[in-house]
Ligand binder design. Structure first.
Ligand SMILES: [Mg+2]
Length: 276
């Protein structure tokens, strides 16, 4: 059977928001089946976190990369340098048109400014809170500090705690789903948790399942996905839902595996016989 492994990047092949480690990069070079990646972030972030270090650690193979939550498809060929070729992309701004896109951004910004959604000191808001990422809009209530200084890292950690204790992002998302009900219905928008401090507004079907569909179209008969966020609202959830609803009698198989960390991913790859 023609099997392909598909992996999330952040938290699945790397420590959260940290670059890929040498051990994982070397394991990827030794897999017994082809691997591909499906990541939530956009390319500029992933270059530092994954694409450059993978090459620097000596990887010289080929793979497909579905970034920006699956909506932008690159083909990576590292045999003669770290080359990335754009295959296809989806743009939420073009898709929605000026009026609906402006409305979306306005509702997001009004929502973050509501008294009930103010985060209190010592949590700080620094950098942009609403970021256009091609296929989606990423919203980070504490902002994305441009530099990952120790202070910004502490602030992130504090937010993660605060969010866990107060279901802060869940409440903001519930509010948005009410305010954006018309747009979500008419334009098929989705609102999902992204990473540990943000959430994403995207378009149904323009998500990581596009990676699975593309791999099957190019001949894979079994796709095994590994992700750290398969839970409801997580940015790998679309693939879990796809795997769960996949017809049992289909000749093609789709599997989704929840992992706890990049070390867990390495262990699972070995357990399943994809790596020695
Ligand atoms: Mg992840």
């Amino acid at each position: 059977m023609n099997t392909a492994v598909l992996l999330d990047i952040d938290g699945t092949m790397t420590p959260p928001r940290q670059p890929i480690q040498e051990e994982m990069a070397r394991l990827l070079g030794r897999l017994s089946v082809p691997f591909h990646v499906a990541a939530g972030s956009h390319l500029p972030l992933l270059q530092q976190q994954f694409f450059h270090p993978l090459y620097d650690f000596g990887f010289r193979g080929r793979f497909d990369a579905f970034v920006s939550n699956g909506a932008v498809h690159y083909r990576a060929d590292y045999r003669e340098g770290p080359s990335l070729e754009l295959i296809s992309e989806f743009d939420i701004r073009d898709y929605l048109g000026e009026t609906d896109y402006a409305f979306l951004i306005q509702v997001l910004s009004e929502t973050l400014d509501l008294p009930e959604f103010q985060t209190h000191l010592p949590l700080k808001v620094a950098g942009e809170r609403i970021v256009y990422r091609g296929s989606m809009v990423n919203c980070s209530p504490i902002g994305r500090a441009l530099q990952e200084l120790a202070e910004a890292q502490r602030n992130r950690a504090m937010f993660v705690e605060f969010d866990r204790a107060n279901q802060y992002r869940e409440r903001v998302m519930a509010h948005l789903k009410r305010r954006l009900a018309r747009l979500m219905e008419e334009r098929d928008l989705t609102i999902t948790l992204g990473g540990q401090t943000s959430f994403d507004i995207g378009v149904h079907g323009q998500d990581k399942t596009k990676a699975v569909t593309a791999l099957i179209a190019s001949g894979a008969q079994r796709v095994v996905f590994f992700g750290d966020a398969l839970f409801d609202g997580g940015n790998d959830a679309a693939i879990r839902v796809m795997a769960e609803s996949w017809p049992a009698d289909s000749a093609v198989k789709v599997e989704a595996i929840q992992v706890e960390s990049w070390l867990d991913t390495m262990a699972r790859l070995r357990e399943l016989g994809f790596a020695a």
